[in-house]
Design a protein around this ligand. Structure first.
Ligand code: GAL
Length: 849
């Protein structure tokens, strides 16, 4: 090896980097865990849990005093790792509220954690950050009260510094109380999101203390502005230098190319005060963030005193322009993007509310596949990871604060907190989320009772504008006409219409609203059960709902009708379908509680009739415990509607989807309507090779093709779809044989034990040829060998009372799901087995790394 030559090479390389200003952080640079202080570590491990008050079986255990004290003997408490939802283990109880999932989530939960911080941490600020705790959190350290945060969806920080004992054992105690919380859906219960330990110097970037804006963007350059709040928690005045460097951020969260160094600022901050340091820089040839190429950057901010770096803080961000117009929709970086969105609650099906990144990633991948480009976090602040995923995957986010203001929809919902907390909760939401490029609209509410209240609307909008003047504010109206008439909607930047577009034309012409961009903040609410089809004008049977995709509650409409509305008002920004995924709770129309009435509160004339219907329903004691609204069921299996949206939202993707299935022995020679969703414009249907005719879609009017006069004969039903006269896509369904075997497919072949990655394995009940047998419901027994264990099972049936943790689960219409995680610390293969009497066992293998 020629040493001199390689030395020369090195020098040249260094010179090249210096002269071009291209400074690469090594490819091995550490990934940035999250926005915030660099010294942030997971605090999820090693918790102990005990439940008091209401128990899972409905009994009550008196809550003793002194559960926060250090001397308490907690040796019998349940050890666990967060995130944790104490209610998802059930059992489902028929007498519990269907609207909130028939799960026993009401109770009082205590969590304790014993931990040591080294003696060398003396003098540091030590914080614990909760991403969300349901609900009414109260926190103690070493028996001393630290603070409270009641709203279960807000992320919050507790400062442990005054009570921490470095070098000794400390005990953190958290009391949660869901007995004093009410919800319209399953909220979960417990410390259901991640918790972090953050250590900083007394002088540091404040919690969520950076705000990055990009006031000018051209093709050639972007002006990036950062406002850094420097917090001085020491008693002395200090002079600090604040320096921010910008890097590109790759998909693994690693900073890569350095793109700019901002001008260093010097701030003087008195003891126990905060000071803002602002700086700007131009980034040349910015890589814009958009849905297709979600380019991200990260700002690394350091604070130095006397030349020594004492604090480092990371802020991922993106560069993009947002423009909302009343006549030409929404423009992202100057190009029109129609909002093709879904509303989603926060639960993750069989996992309950306990947050899991790989479970949410799986959901978002499916939504992306469908063509969904935007998420509405109905009706509360999401887990912070949802926004990070949205940034990375290219989703726009409607980030929502509340489902209720001063007057509740339920006795103990946000109305109990509003007066004292709304400003704190709203500010926390905006501060936490305002650097995410995905966040493009703030929402102050959903169908709140005071939606006509001008003053209150203005007050909340003003808070949001004060904290972030760069994004518009909206509110979801179920009485859009009332909200406009009163003038409350004038205060909004964007009018959010839930369902009621009847008077859209009138309001578009009203001088107060002519220039108000308008969006379908909630649409459709179509209800279906995957794989169920009923004939003859009756969509409802056995607590299931026909999948012909027409059933809807009084306020809703089919996807087709909404597409028609969207075509009628092309200037609307787009729509958010209720919902992307089925969720726990709100099993409309089978929810035997007042939710059914609530939704009609705009039409009081219907109240009496509805009350009667509700009473009848109550007497029947419906078993339904999760929603039917999802385009995708609770287990994550697409319903037929998935293809309706895909055909509409991805017009250039060849979609052909034929339904129903073709196993109708009892319908021999009966008319059995066949429907086809396609992104083509024409299609020809064949039954056993014989053409049943060609049909054409009328643009703006037809969103599916229908053959009503098909007489059932077993065999093969096939559709060939055309676009502009050329063959475009095909699909077929075939009458299957008897069920014969179980076929497994895993959504990934490798899981990493860190980050609690999960594998989702779909099981199909098939005949000997491998065709899924649509109406099969055999009980399947799941087992695993090797490095993993079963986390949960599901099948998407909204009426099932089988606990999600059970290893035995019937298939629902030919399908079931098993969710597998790695055993703590284990590596190597996991073999997953599905068995059912009389069927060939199915297995699959994955690896834990
Ligand atoms: C809406 C409400 C949603 C959900 C939906 C069901 O009115 O905003 O939270 O209840 O109805 O259709």
């Amino acid at each position: 090896m020629n040493y001199q030559r390689s030395l020369l090479g090195c020098i040249l390389l260094i010179l090249l980097f210096v002269t071009t200003g291209y400074n690469y952080v090594s490819a091995q640079s550490r990934p940035i865990k999250r926005m915030g202080a660099a010294n942030t570590v997971s605090f999820d491990d090693g918790w102990l849990f005990a439940r008091y008050g209401l128990q899972a079986d409905g009994s009550k255990i008196e809550e003793p005093a002194g559960l926060e004290t250090t001397s308490l003997n907690d040796g019998t408490w349940q050890p666990l790792t967060l995130p944790h939802d104490w209610a998802i283990t059930g059992p489902f109880r028929i007498e519990l509220d269907g609207a909130t999932g028939k799960l026993p989530w009401k109770g009082i939960g205590w969590y304790r954690k014993h931990f040591v911080v080294p003696a060398t941490d003396a003098g540091k600020q030590i914080f614990v950050d909760f991403d969300g705790a349901m609900a009414n959190a109260k926190i103690w350290l070493n028996g001393k009260y630290v603070g409270t945060w009641p709203y279960g969806y807000t992320s919050f920080r507790m400062d442990l510094t005054p009570f921490i004992q470095p070098g000794k054992e400390n005990v953190l105690a958290v009391r949660l109380d869901t007995e004093n919380w009410d919800s319209r859906w399953y909220p979960g219960a417990g410390i259901y999101r991640h918790v972090w330990l953050v250590k900083t110097n007394p002088v540091h970037v404040d919690h969520w203390g950076t705000f990055i804006t990009t006031p000018q963007i051209t093709d050639k350059s972007a002006l990036v502005n950062i406002a850094v709040t420097v917090r001085n928690q020491s008693e002395k005045a200090i002079t600090a230098n604040v320096l921010t460097t910008l890097f590109e951020l790759d998909a693994t969260n690693r900073p890569t190319k350095k793109v700019a160094v901002m001008k260093e600022t010097v701030v003087e901050v008195n003891g126990s005060e905060n000071k803002m340091a602002e700086s700007q820089v131009n980034v040349a040839n910015p890589k814009l963030w958009n849905i297709e190429t979600p380019n991200r950057y990260v700002a690394q901010t350091t604070i130095s005193i006397n030349g020594k770096i004492i604090d480092t803080y990371h802020t991922p961000f993106g560069i993009r322009t947002l423009e909302f117009t009343a006549r030409n929709g929404f423009l992202l970086n100057g190009k029109r993007v129609e909002i093709k969105g879904t509303c989603n609650h926060h639960d993750l099906g069989a996992l309950g509310a306990a947050f899991n990144l790989s479970a949410l990633t799986r959901q978002l991948k499916m939504l992306k596949e469908m063509g969904c480009n935007s998420l509405r976090t109905s009706h509360n602040p999401p887990a912070p990871e949802l926004l990070e995923l949205a940034d990375k995957m290219g989703f726009l986010v409607w980030d929502e604060a509340f489902d209720a203001w001063k007057t509740g929809k339920r006795k103990n919902d946000y109305n109990k907190l509003f007066d004292h907390w709304h400003e704190k909760d709203l500010t926390a939401l905006v501060h936490r989320d305002r650097n995410h490029p995905s966040v493009f609209i703030w929402s102050i509410g959903n169908e709140v009772n005071e939606q006509q209240n001008v003053e209150l609307t203005k007050h909340l909008v003003d808070i949001v504008h004060r904290e972030d003047p760069t994004r518009p504010v909206s509110n979801g109206y179920n009485d859009p006409n009332g909200g406009r008439k009163s003038g409350a909607a004038v205060a909004l930047d964007i009018m959010g219409v839930n369902y009621f577009f009847g008077q859209q034309a009138k309001w578009d012409a009203d001088p107060r609203y002519t220039n108000k961009p308008t969006i379908g903040s909630e649409t459709s609410s179509c209800v279906t059960s995957r794989g169920e089809y009923f004939f003859g004008n009756n969509d409802y049977q056995n607590w299931q709902i026909s999948s012909y995709d027409y059933a809807k509650p009084g306020w809703g409409c089919s996807p087709d009708e909404q597409f028609k509305t969207n075509a009628t008002y092309p200037h609307l920004l787009g729509e958010y379908v209720w919902t992307g995924f089925d969720y726990l709770g709100e099993p409309t129309p089978y929810n035997s509680d007042e939710t059914n009435l609530l939704n009609f509160r705009t039409d009081s004339s219907k109240k009496e009739e509805l009350e009667k219907q509700l009473e009848l329903l109550r007497q029947k004691n419906p078993p339904s415990r999760s929603s039917y609204f999802g385009i995708i069921d609770l287990a994550g299996f697409p319903k037929d509607r998935f293809y309706s949206y895909q055909s509409q939202w991805r017009p250039d993707f060849p979609v052909a989807h034929i339904f129903p299935h073709w196993n109708w022995p009892e319908r021999m020679d009966s008319f059995t309507p066949v429907h086809v969703y396609t992104s083509g414009d024409e299609a020809e249907l064949f039954l056993n090779g014989k053409s049943l005719g060609r049909k054409t879609k009328e643009a703006g009017k037809d969103f599916r093709l229908i053959w009503d006069d098909v007489k059932y004969t077993p065999g093969e039903l096939k559709v060939i779809c055309y676009k502009s006269g050329k063959q475009w896509a095909t699909d077929k369904v075939k009458t299957t044989g008897e069920m014969a075997k179980l076929a497994l497919s895993a959504n990934r072949s490798v899981i990493h034990s860190q980050d609690n990655e999960l594998c989702f394995i779909t099981v199909k009940v098939t005949d000997t040829e491998g065709l899924m047998v649509p109406r099969s419901h055999p009980v399947i027994h799941f087992s695993v060998e090797g490095a993993g264990e079963i986390m949960a099972t599901d099948n998407g049936d909204a009426t099932s009372f089988v606990p999600f943790q059970s290893h035995d689960r019937p298939a629902f219409n030919g399908m079931a799901l098993v969710i597998v995680k790695a055993k703590k610390g284990a590596k190597g293969p996991i073999t997953i087995k599905a068995e059912s009497k009389g069927l060939t066992t199915g297995t699959t293998k994955i690896q834990v790394q």
